[in-house]
Design a protein around this ligand. Sequence first.
Ligand SMILES: *Cc1c(COP(=O)(O)O)cnc(C)c1O
Length: 393
Amino acid sequence: MSEKKMKPDTVAAHAGRDPQRFSGLVNTPVFRGSTVLFPNVHAYENRDPDDYKLMRYGIYGTPTTFALEEAVAKLEGGHAAVALPSGLAAIVAALAAFVKAGDHILVSDSVYQPTRNFCDKRLRAFGVDTEYYDPLIGAGIAGLIRANTTVVFCEAPGSLSFEMQDIPAIAAAAHARGIPVLADNTWGTPYFFPSFERGVDVSIHAGTKYISGHSDVMMGLIVTNEQHWLKVRRAVADYGYCVSPDDCYLALRGLRTIGARMRQQQQSALEVAHWLQARPEVGRVLYPALDSDPGHAIWKRDFSGAASLFGVVLKPASEAAVAALIDALALFGIGSSWGGFESLAIRADPGKIRTATRWNPGGPLLRLHIGLEDPADLIADLEQGFGRMRQAG
Ligand SMILES: *Cc1c(COP(=O)(O)O)cnc(C)c1O
């Protein structure tokens, strides 16, 4: 049976494994190494610089790295993948692969803040002009494309404001002008969003999140279609990025269970989100998986499921009251990142950094990540948190 026809859970369990190559072991072991010895001068001097599956030097990876890269690429439906030391490194390398001084790039105004930081500080210093666009622009992106535009960058939904983007419409407009579409697919994951079927050319992941899934590893991945593979892979090599085989092993171990975890976390997130929608303290819940969300129709059309990360806009409340709510939570940790097995809660204010659009949700914003705890316990925890919020307010 070809892997193309297999369902995502089957691909996640089988892709990137070849037990008979590794003493029958189910998992590709951790291969450590820097120097790789060649059998003779001819083999060493004639190694193919574009063969990124050839064992030639530690910086290009070992069989452990290749196993992770192959599994992620197959799950998402891309041509090939490359691992990087963090999600942010993956964003940086992917953007850098497509720009030179004098170029113009289009980036969603809802983009992950460190992506904006890289564009505004580093790319600008190198002579690349970033223009932010309304995440809801859809086919209207055509009106912003200039003669020197070389990238359209998407993120759906925005990881703080949760606006959905019409990626197929954006991709059709960009492709009509020969421009590649890069997307930060950390929320969608290779499991719930088939980037390449939706028109994305280069998909970027913080593997730190659901792919690894256990809050114990930093990982980035770039998956590309065939057309853009060598351009991206060579850029990653030129920048000298490489990832330890131990981290690749952990990320691949996480990937094996991504389906079971994400389905369960989605179900719990929906339960918690529905409960929150009915609370008097809550203005609205920002979660494309909810019928009431403005991005729901696009989400339903393009995604096969939802990450367990969403926003909660509270009715106007003092800063002290919101902090009291979060501080009172016993099961939700306070910290960066998400996609692990445990729940998290932070306060966020994405409106502050926008430049192309105004974003004012009408009250304080919480971002919740729902883990694998029983949702009844999470709801009870939030309920007692709201009690503390009332006392503080
Ligand atoms: C966390 C995150 C990143 C960056 O990943 P790191 O591994 O933390 O560098 C990129 N994009 C989104 C949407 C994220 O949430």
